[in-house]
Design a protein around this ligand. Structure first.
Ligand code: OGA
Ligand code: MN
Length: 298
């Protein structure tokens, strides 16, 4: 169990930070946190410590966890308001707040993975919303014996590595994010009229400033339809160039899932994508998912 370090002087200002057992996993801002049981309520100082940790390490993993959906909702709500989802289940009902990503049904048959294919492209969650996601939390219930990895690219490091000339070129550019374009870009089934009505295209700065750290990050991905005010072909070439840049090994952490992992990442400065590197029709991959609402990018 963790204990809260204090000076025992009795003064609240002397309360030391909650001592997280944190191990760095990569130079791209990935870390593992031990010694916490996320199925139980967390003390406020532990929540603050996690919030602080995510500023330095936008990808965090907690191993060997076992949370019910309700427990995951409680853990998620420590970080903000839970997001609803635009997707629909096959029976037409909306996704529940804590929803499940899976490839096989209860009988072990491959389910329709159409929308899941979107995840194979670099993206940042809910960027087609005017108010996109802060963190996404995935809890691995079942994972393939190998593969089924998820990659995280640090869009801050990628931005910093750009030449001054390219940085100057990007200044002030707005990218239009659009659920419809996202379906087109990924070759998945077209958005329904209802989805198009519900989520009209939105513009976000191509370079966004992290509200907590002030650092700049590239903000783009499969949900981008075009750069506002730029000829389509020129914008597309720029987006491809930047996406290729971000996806370079030096900016990327590849997460190899273990059953029980709880992963949370900051969508404001990381892009992510799933890798189709496992036998999808054979091995089950089941993750419970929650998304926390962020704030309008600037
Ligand atoms: C997500 C996502 C990737 C994966 O949950 O937002 O992109 O590997 N998941 O399942
Ligand atoms: Mn995603």
């Amino acid at each position: 169990m963790n204990t809260i370090r204090t000076t025992h002087s009795g003064e609240a200002t002397n309360l030391a930070a909650f001592p997280l057992a944190l191990t760095t996993l990569s130079g791209t801002g990935a870390a593992e946190i031990g010694d916490l049981n996320l199925s139980q309520p967390l003390e406020p100082l532990a929540v603050t410590a996690i919030r602080d940790a995510i500023m330095d390490f936008p990808f965090l993993v907690f191993r060997n966890q076992s949370m019910t959906k309700d427990q995951q909702a409680r853990f998620s709500e420590y970080f903000g308001e839970l997001e609803s989802h635009i997707g629909k289940l096959s029976d037409g009902t909306t996704f529940p707040i804590v929803h499940t990503l899976t490839n096989l049904d209860a009988a072990g048959n491959l389910i329709n993975m159409d929308v899941a294919k979107l995840n194979y492209f670099w993206h940042t969650d809910k960027s087609y919303y005017a108010i996109p996601a802060f963190v996404t939390i995935l809890h691995a219930l079942e994972v393939p014996p190998e593969g089924g990895d998820t990659q995280y690219a640090n869009a801050q490091l990628a931005y910093e590595a750009l030449s001054p000339e390219i940085k100057a070129r990007l200044t002030g550019l707005m990218a239009v994010h659009d659920w419809q374009a996202s379906r087109r870009n990924s070759g998945t089934s077209p958005a329904t009229n209802e989805q198009i009505r519900e989520r009209p295209p939105v513009s976000h700065p191509l370079v966004r400033t992290h509200p907590d750290t002030g650092k700049k990050a590239l903000y783009l991905g499969v949900h981008v339809s075009h750069i506002a005010g730029m000829p389509q072909a020129e914008g597309k070439a720029l987006l491809t160039q930047l996406t290729d840049h971000i996806g370079q090994d030096q900016f990327v952490y590849t997460h190899r899932w273990k059953q029980g992992d709880v992963v949370m990442w900051d969508n404001r400065c990381l892009l992510h994508r799933a890798l189709p590197n496992y036998e999808i029709a054979r091995h089950k991959r089941v993750l419970n998912r929650t998304v926390i609402v962020g704030a309008a990018p600037y």
